[in-house]
Design a protein around this ligand. Structure first.
Ligand code: UDX
Length: 432
């Protein structure tokens, strides 16, 4: 099928969000031109290799391969596509503000005023106000043929395809409702409500949503810490709270903190956005601090059982920031491993998919390729990521090869009765 007809959609920046967006737009029946400056990545995609681990993604790319083309040329996008999405990274700078250099690199290459109309759709998370600045800039730079739409993405890693195709809502921020309508039409077959707003409101919906979810996690983590002091069980408490429909049952799993490429970055960025405009967002400051302390709480638990950690061997089950992804960005495992190494422990780790990326993320840990080899000769096991593979641990065999039968369950994932019945000392987070 030709990709040069005017219905092609462009996606610039083929990272997590970009590749999933491009693939799902193809699945919805569009021809999609995917562009990235990383020539190696584009070549690999052309050869059918998928650069990230995401369930269902390889199958969906294969299914839609006739509708997807991969390029390193921005000109290809402007030639072929009226509507193009920007999905480049906006990592945090040292101040906590979002780094927009990749967005501006794309902006600097936009074609000047021509008789072709384009719609630039921002998928990347950009600080509130950025869209208005960009759209004013477009008008000033005599690129009035390019309209701007904000269309934030809410997908989660590990369930990205499902989330993109079954969103809770679609948010479209634009100056001109007619232009917003063009982007809304791409989602017309989805059942989700489409919220049409102005540009800053769309940008704020994204930040406020992530910040609220992160707040929910830090809140339940603090409740868990108090539960430990008073003999309550946070899992039962969360269940009891979740029955109240005003609270809801999601995002109340206590554990060793949130990580990933979005929450830490976006919560900090929103705090900065507020700060830059003169407002001190106290609640978010606490959310961030609670999360940082939460990542370290396991160390105290280990010390309680083992005394000094110098020369102790600690086995980590899981490294990824959550299951079903190989992503280690801001993973709690990295802070935990570094703290343990700092205290003189030998740290071993096993993760079903993240091992190939782990050596780069944290130096000095011994990487293993299965559960029994990681727990062998260890003084304690810490469950860091709730992978399915860890739901039914081979407890009998583990006990035989470990130095001490101690399990710290950083995600409250295991059944304490079962673990204790196998002869282990078990500690969760805020659990009796
Ligand atoms: C998040 C948002 O959910 C998504 O809408 C946005 O587009 C990107 O950021 P993601 O980072 O992929 O998605 O994963 P998510 O499932 O939200 O988990 C984030 C972190 O929170 C993980 O480290 C997870 O372990 C932690 N978490 C989540 C908890 O500790 N407790 C919970 O109850 C839920």
């Amino acid at each position: 099928m030709s990709t040069s007809d005017k219905t092609s959609i462009g996606v610039i920046g083929i990272g997590y969000v970009g590749l999933v967006t491009g693939t799902c737009l193809a699945e919805l029946g569009n021809n999609v031109v995917c562009m990235d400056i990383d020539a190696e990545k584009i070549e690999a995609l052309r050869e059918g290799q998928i650069p990230i681990y995401e369930p269902e993604l390889p199958e969906l790319i294969l299914k839609n391969r006739d509708r997807m083309t991969f390029t390193t040329s921005l000109a290809d996008i402007f030639d072929r596509c009226e509507i193009f999405f920007i999905a480049v990274d906006t990592p945090p700078t040292f101040t906590g503000d979002a780094d927009l250099s990749r967005v501006f690199a794309v902006m600097s290459e936009l074609p000047g005023l021509s008789n072709k109309h384009h719609v630039l759709v921002m998928k990347s998370t950009v600080p509130v106000g950025t869209g208005l600045k960009i759209s004013s800039e477009l008008a000033r730079q005599e690129m009035a043929n390019i309209d701007y739409v904000s269309n934030p993405e809410f997908l989660r890693e590990g369930s990205a395809i499902h989330d993109f195709l079954n969103p809770d809502r679609i948010v479209i921020g634009s100056r001109d409702p007619g232009i917003g309508e063009k982007v809304a039409a791409l989602y017309r077959n989805m059942k989700a409500p489409i919220l049409k707003t102005n540009i800053p409101t769309a940008e704020m919906i994204k930040y406020a949503s992530n910040a609220f979810l992160a707040t929910k996690i830090s809140f339940i983590n603090e409740i868990a810490n108090v539960c430990e002091e008073v003999g309550a069980d946070v899992c039962v408490v969360a269940d009891g709270m979740g029955h109240d429909r005003r609270i809801g049952k999601h995002f109340l799993n206590a554990g060793i903190g949130f990580g990933g490429s979005c929450f830490p970055k976006d919560v900090t960025a929103l705090k900065q956005i507020a700060g830059n405009s003169g407002y001190h967002f106290q609640l978010l400051t606490a959310v961030i601090e609670v999360n940082e302390l939460q990542k370290r709480r396991v160390v105290n638990k280990l010390q309680k059982h083992l005394g000094t950690l110098a020369d102790k061997t600690i086995a980590l089950l899981g490294l990824a920031f959550k299951p079903n992804t190989s992503d280690l960005r801001e993973a709690s495992s990295i802070v935990l491993a570094s703290r343990l190494l700092g205290d003189g422990a030998l740290v071993k780790a096993y993760d079903p998919v993240a091992i190939p990326y782990a050596a780069k993320a944290v130096r000095g840990i011994l990487l293993c390729d299965n559960i029994l080899s990681v727990v062998k000769d260890s003084d304690a096991v810490v469950l860091v990521t709730e992978w399915d593979e860890f739901a039914d641990l081979p407890l009998e065999e583990m006990k035989k090869v470990m130095r001490r039968p101690l399990i710290i369950d950083g995600r409250n994932f295991l059944d304490p009765r079962k673990v204790r019945a196998a002869g282990f000392t078990y500690e969760g987070i805020g659990r009796v």
